[in-house]
Design a protein around this ligand. Structure first.
Ligand code: ADP
Length: 600
């Protein structure tokens, strides 16, 4: 017998998403299973009453019971069906929310960890195939309820039939038929257990093909501009044709095997059903029970043999599903390993916070090479620091470490003389406003985007939007800060250009009013005039904050107090623009002239 440890664990988690769900389903199944038994029972009573030519009143009473009984069962069933549909919605929503919350609560390095990423992907992909995972478990549990209730009803009525047999005694032929009926069912169960494993293997091949297909469909944005310009449709269609062929082959092969496996099951099931009919007829002829009961017992026994078969199919399928549940549970068991200190960050309106990188090196998970090597740098209060360097030289990684999205592999980062790991993480993050290169705006009103909260200070938000050069577009927005961005949730939503979005992201960073403002290529999407406008008032915009600024446009770094030049993960030069340019052998000189020659 299987252990079902994983199913139990997954079920405990899943049940907690909506504890009322399974009790509602159980009740619904009770009423759904009651209906056929009640009708078999009442039909038998009616036939017997007619056969025995009972009094009219007796017949009327039976008809009344039939109508009333069916009415109660149907009404209760309909009510419970509605309740279970609603409960399923709640359960699905809570499950999706729990999954989303788990993702949000993960340390950033875990989100980017290829292993965790693969887990998330596998869970999604498994759910595409047969809903494997928690939904498949839920469906099987629902089937199990109906099966168990069916078996219980059938056993109670089977016991009634056996009690009638005592009147005629156990005849040899009757006994033989009962043994055959039980024997065929037992063999069927054993065979079915083997078949479930074999058919699961056939589905494995289908799964592999479907995973490839799913990856293809997410990998090709078929409406993309590049697709059209480079006529990629032909290439994509060829790949799809190939994958469709593989899909068709895998499915037909799996169905062929599953059908071949099911033939003996069907034969055995029919044989046991046939024996059950013979048993009932045999004892009926001997006068063990009235003629009407023939219908009843034939029906009950048929259901009993079918339900017993289903019961074992469910148990086997629950076991097959455990591999998918294991992936699901593994994701929820991913632990945050980042040290979370509890040192409170001092609340300072004068923004007196200094940062010091001491011998910091860092390698991303799953890589051997260091993205940052022995970084030593001090960032003083109110300073404007520019970070420059070629692509891949480590600039963004430097910012990610400063914001504690990752911890250094070696060395330490200090803030006001304490290792940043010691601070309360949330309070530490509150010190930073960052405009990342791949920032995201929400499909929500402009005010929510600028304030990053449900409420906003209209005056402050409008002033900042004006400072970052968004005033012209803003003047055309009738709903002002209530204007929804994008059309995802609102047809009235506006689409913004790359440059406009970047301005909104800048306004959002300024709205937060954190002591540090970090801008990673903050003007990459702006036109030259908008860019020049922002730089001309950069000092005014940044105010008394400490600013760190990453840019490829070296001319825009000139206004910074200090420039750190990154090369292959190291800081190779630090100084003012003039100091760095005076070193004709330096990296900065090389970068500067590589750009400047086109402006000469
Ligand atoms: P820059 O911002 O200067 O262009 P990055 O800091 O983004 O450079 O990258 C520095 C190095 O780290 C590069 O070699 C890059 O390929 C690698 N890198 C960046 N992000 C990841 C990541 N999530 N996982 C593994 N390697 C990464």
């Amino acid at each position: 017998m299987y252990q079902y440890t994983i199913t139990k664990k997954a079920l405990a988690r899943y049940h907690a998403y909506h504890p009322a769900y399974f009790p509602i389903i159980f009740l619904k199944e009770v009423f759904e299973q009651l209906s056929p038994y009640f009708n078999l029972w009442i039909s038998a009573e009616l036939v017997t009453a007619l056969y025995e030519k009972r009094e009219r009143e007796n017949l009327y009473l039976l008809v009344l019971i039939t109508i009333l009984g069916n009415f109660v069962i149907q009404v209760a069933g309909a009510f419970l069906r509605r309740a279970s549909d609603t409960a399923r919605e709640v359960l699905d929503n809570n499950e999706a929310a729990a999954f989303y919350q788990k993702t949000l609560s993960l340390d950033y390095d875990k989100i980017e960890d290829p292993k965790v990423h693969l887990l998330r992907r596998k869970i999604r992909e498994n759910s595409y195939i047969n809903s494997y995972g928690v939904v498949f478990m839920r469906n099987l549990i629902e089937m199990l309820f109906s099966c168990v209730i069916d078996i219980l009803f059938a056993i109670i009525l089977f016991a009634e039939m056996i009690s009638f047999l005592s009147g005629v005694g156990i005849k040899w032929l009757g006994l033989l038929l009962i043994v055959l009926m039980v024997g065929f069912t037992a063999v069927n169960i054993v065979l079915q257990a083997r078949n479930t494993k074999k058919s699961a293997k056939s589905w494995d091949r289908v799964s592999a093909v479907m995973l490839d297909e799913n990856r293809l469909s997410t990998g090709f944005p078929r409406t993309g501009m590049d697709n059209r310009i480079y006529s990629q449709q032909i290439l994509i269609n060829k790949i799809y044709e190939k994958s469709n062929k593989a899909h068709f082959q895998a499915f037909s092969e799996a169905y062929r095997k599953i059908f071949a496996l099911s033939v003996p099951n069907i034969i055995l099931f029919k044989l046991s059903e046939f024996c059950s009919y013979l048993v009932v007829c045999f004892y009926c002829v001997l006068g063990a029970f009235p003629v009407g009961s023939l219908i009843k017992y034939v029906g009950y026994l048929g259901r009993l043999t079918e339900s017993v078969g289903n019961f074992f199919y469910i148990l086997n399928s629950l076991k097959t599903n455990e591999q998918f549940l294991a992936t699901y549970l593994e994701y929820f068991e991913v632990k945050n390993e980042m040290y979370q200190g509890d040192l409170a960050v001092e609340k300072r309106s004068d923004k007196q916070f200094e940062i010091m990188f001491r011998n910091v090196s860092f390698a991303y998970a799953g890589t051997d090479t260091c993205a940052l090597k022995e970084i030593n740098l001090e960032i003083k209060v109110g300073e404007r620091l520019a970070v420059v360097g070629e692509n891949g030289s480590g600039k963004t990684t430097f910012i990610k470490l400063l914001c504690r999205l990752y911890d250094p592999t070696e060395g330490e980062i200090l803030m006001n003389d304490f290792n940043i790991r010691k601070y309360d993480y949330r309070q530490y993050l509150d010190l930073f406003s960052v405009v990342f290169q791949d920032y995201n705006l929400l499909a929500m009103p402009l005010g929510n985007n600028v304030a990053s909260s449900a409420e906003w200070d209209t005056k402050k938000a409008e002033k900042l939007l004006c400072e970052v050069g968004f005033s012209e577009r803003y003047a055309g927005m009738e709903a002002g800060l209530n204007t929804p961005l994008y059309k995802d949730f609102d047809e009235e939503g506006i689409n913004v250009s790359g440059g406009e979005a970047q301005k909104i992201a800048l306004a959002r960073a300024l709205y937060k009013d954190a002591p540090f403002i970090i801008l990673d290529e903050p003007t990459a999407a702006l036109d030259p005039i908008a860019e020049a406008e922002i730089y001309s008032k950069f000092d005014e915009i940044v105010g008394d904050r400490t600013a760190i600024y990453i840019s490829h446009r070296l001319s825009s770094c000139r206004f910074c107090d200090k420039i750190a030049v990154f090369d292959h993960g190291r800081i190779v030069q630090v100084g003012t623009h003039e100091e760095l340019l005076s070193n004709t052998d330096g990296k900065y000189y090389e970068l500067w002239y590589a750009q400047a020659q086109y402006y000469a």
